[in-house]
Design a protein around this ligand. Structure first.
Ligand code: GRF
Length: 218
């Protein structure tokens, strides 16, 4: 049986791109429902760009410092995504806040990975936030992007324990392992049409999909 058309995905990065690598690796499987057609970075020095090129994926920077304002940068990004026929955008360590217009234009077609169990610990320094709050479980979340930061409907989450003696670095190291499992699973659910937006929530009907969307590493 031949697989249906694969969803055309762009990955947006700002740095090392380890989550990008996990998505690229997953998309090598013939039955994966998404193909990575473009990688863009707002930082020319982002390490992930060279990796993407090395595996034959078009990858380049749109340097945000060369744009006069946020809206102009977002318009350039939007033009690149449309020109490449991108259907779904994955943010993977992309450290720019979008204008409301861009977020609305891609609403329902853009997901992000955030290193906490949302709605806890939005913004930056999430591992330090978790340690300061004294939570026993921490983790990561893949969610749809909405104009409000780190607030969109949740697709999938992975939980890890917080251990005594953890510092932000040791906790980050435990979480990133799960990020690399979770993001490919979440993208497969979204691109394969098994996770669908219903208002403010994401609904996953099949048991296997629900299990893929709730990972525990205890
Ligand atoms: C990850 O922790 C991700 O959750 C956060 O930024 C980091 C990016 O890491 N949004 P990488 O560039 O994917 O290695």
């Amino acid at each position: 049986m031949s697989a249906g058309p694969r969803t055309r995905v762009a990955i947006l990065i700002s740095g090392r791109g380890s989550n990008m690598v996990s998505l690229i690796e997953a998309a090598k499987a013939p039955d994966y429902p998404a193909e990575i057609v473009l990688v863009l970075s707002n930082r020319p020095e982002a390490g992930g760009l060279a990796h993407a090129r090395s595996v034959g994926i078009p990858a380049h920077a749109i340097d945000h410092t060369t744009f006069s304002d946020r809206a102009t940068f977002d318009a350039a990004l939007d033009a690149e995504l449309r020109a490449a026929g991108v259907e779904l955008v994955c943010l993977a360590g992309f450290m720019r806040i979008f204008s409301a217009g861009f977020a609305e234009a891609w609403a329902g077609r853009m997901i992000n990975i955030h290193p906490s169990l949302l709605p806890l610990f939005k913004g930056t320094h999430t591992h330090a936030q978790a340690l300061a709050a004294g939570v026993r479980l921490h983790g990561c979340t893949v969610h749809y992007v909405v104009p409000e930061l780190d607030a969109g409907p949740i697709v999938a989450q992975a939980a890890v324990p917080v251990r005594s003696g953890d510092d932000p670095d040791s906790l980050a190291a435990r979480v990133i392992v799960q990020e690399h499992r979770l993001y490919p699973a979440a993208l497969a659910l979204v691109a394969g049409g098994r996770a669908r937006l219903e208002g403010e929530r994401v609904v996953i009907d099949d048991d296997r999909g629900a299990a893929d969307a709730a990972l525990l590493s205890l």
